[in-house]
Design a protein around this ligand. Structure first.
Ligand SMILES: *[C@@H]1O[C@H](CO)[C@@H](O)[C@H](O)[C@H]1NC(C)=O
Ligand SMILES: *[C@@H]1O[C@H](CO)[C@@H](O)[C@H](O)[C@H]1NC(C)=O
Ligand SMILES: *[C@@H]1O[C@H](CO)[C@@H](O)[C@H](O)[C@H]1NC(C)=O
Length: 431
């Protein structure tokens, strides 16, 4: 054996030091990119299921939350873990609001899991459209849930040209109007195509295309016109303020072109848009969204900055936007997550602002009520888990939700699994 000379030893020592430093740097970079893309992973956490993360956050030790039922401020934040705000630590679950427990009953799951799909209830039937199955696979069919016998059935195809996610959709009780949305998987571009479905005959017809394509615009029927507003522009990220309408009746369009209407006060996708008693409401949503990675042949999704809103706007006879009381917290991905019962809107789950330190996406696990008599918000219950882009219905006293993307677990509100589960609870509104 040759004993290494002293010179060699110190050279080797230096080499080891440099490599260690290099590794540390790389790990650091990975961490940085994973915490910004981790939620990227998250939205399509898909990510964690479909595309392995450089660092799998799901295996990180769970955040301990001793403060589950209070609304923590920075002062009250739980002291644990690495994420610190000015020396304090903010629990991963800090955004959860106190909410009454509800008894949830698990029903038969949908035939397929779906994320960013759409849903329309007509009487006892919930028509569930499109959506991502995985980040690389989108559905092009409709499934129907029957609230009377609690079964799924009646699958039928969508037109080939119809968008697969981020659709605008609304019904008059028989015809379903379908506007724009994203065509294809990952973060592909939107289409301007619009359609109308006759639910009695299952026939689809074309309508005049939107002036320009949009992602997840707010869409409603109001005073005989189909209104489409906001959403994101063609790049998926830039908020759009434009607002158009088209006269429609019984599945027919009465005009050849969309009319320009008063712009929405704040653009962006994933808002709930609801008409009650001749007033049009636009609720929550966000500015910004994932975009396709420049040059990616598969339009691979990459995360961009998003700001989530709790704003509520209303249009009435005056055709001027009015500001109403904000939601209890910012809430997005709720375009099909609502029902109206006894002059109250009920909104199920969603996403709220990202965690300020870890930057991970944070899901909501509450059921919200907006009483339109009192113009007052309340939190009326807790979901079985936090979940976004739920598809919601109400029948015979039961509040139902299905589909979307749920959290990683009770202590980790970041998105993970795309689900097809169907749940229901007896709806109890606050008086
Ligand atoms: C901080 O993170 C490191 C690396 O993930 C981990 O080993 C350590 O236990 C964490 N500290 C706390 C207080 O969780
Ligand atoms: C829904 O279920 C009820 C009860 O089984 C049945 O009478 C009805 O025909 C079903 N509706 C559809 C459209 O399948
Ligand atoms: C709605 O109002 C009706 C009539 O007052 C009442 O019977 C019903 O229980 C209410 N529904 C809910 C969910 O509160």
């Amino acid at each position: 054996m040759v004993r290494p000379s002293g010179k060699h030893t110190s050279a080797r020592f230096l080499l080891i030091c440099v490599s260690l430093l290099g590794i540390a740097l790389i790990v650091d970079l990975f961490w940085a990119s994973s915490s910004s893309s981790s939620s990227s992973s998250s939205r399509f956490s898909i990510s964690s299921n479909w595309v392995p993360d450089p660092i799998d956050n799901s295996k990180a030790p769970p955040f301990i939350n001793t403060d589950h039922n209070t609304l923590p401020t920075k002062e009250k934040a739980v002291h644990h873990q690495n994420a610190t705000v000015e020396g304090r630590v903010l629990s991963a679950t800090f955004a959860d609001l106190p909410a009454p427990e509800l008894k949830w009953e698990k029903m038969v799951s949908a035939p397929v899991p779906r994320l960013d799909g759409a849903a329309i209830q007509i009487k006892n039937l919930l028509y569930v459209f499109a959506g991502y199955g995985t980040i690389d696979y989108v559905h092009s069919h409709v499934d129907i849930y029957n609230f009377t016998d609690n079964t799924w059935g009646g699958r039928f195809d969508m037109p080939k040209e119809m968008a697969h996610s981020h659709l605008g959709m609304v019904t008059d009780g028989r015809y379903i109007y379908v506007v724009t949305g994203q065509y294809g998987p990952q973060c592909r571009g939107p289409t301007a195509h619009t359609f109308v479905l006759d639910t009695e005959t299952k026939q689809w017809h074309d309508m005049p295309p939107l002036p320009v394509p949009r992602y997840a615009p707010a869409t409603q029927l109001w005073r005989g016109r189909l209104h489409v507003m906001g959403g994101s522009k063609e790049n998926r990220h830039t908020p759009a303020l434009e607002h158009w309408s088209l006269a429609v009746k019984d599945g027919k369009t009465l005009e050849k072109e969309w009319r320009t209407e008063i712009p929405i006060p704040r653009g962006g996708p994933h808002r709930a848009c609801i008409v009650v008693d001749g007033r049009l409401y636009v609720i929550g949503g966000q500015e910004g969204d994932f975009m396709a990675k420049p040059g990616s042949p598969i339009f691979k999704c990459s995360r961009r900055n998003e700001v989530v809103y709790s704003d509520v706007y209303m249009l009435d006879d005056e055709m001027k936007w009015k500001v109403l009381p904000s939601m209890p917290k910012p809430d997005s991905h709720i375009e099909f997550a609502w029902v109206v019962v006894n002059n109250s809107m009920v909104i199920v789950g969603g996403t709220t602002d990202k965690h300020p330190v870890t930057k991970k996406m944070v899901l909501n696990g509450e059921v919200f009520q907006f009483d339109l008599d009192k113009l007052k918000w309340s939190v009326i219950g807790k979901l079985p888990y936090r979940v976004k882009t739920t598809l919601v219905g109400f029948w015979d006293g039961w509040l139902y939700f299905t589909s979307g993307q749920r959290d990683k677990g009770p202590d980790d509100p970041a998105p993970r699994k795309v689900i097809g589960e169907m749940w229901r609870t007896r709806l109890k509104l606050n008086k």
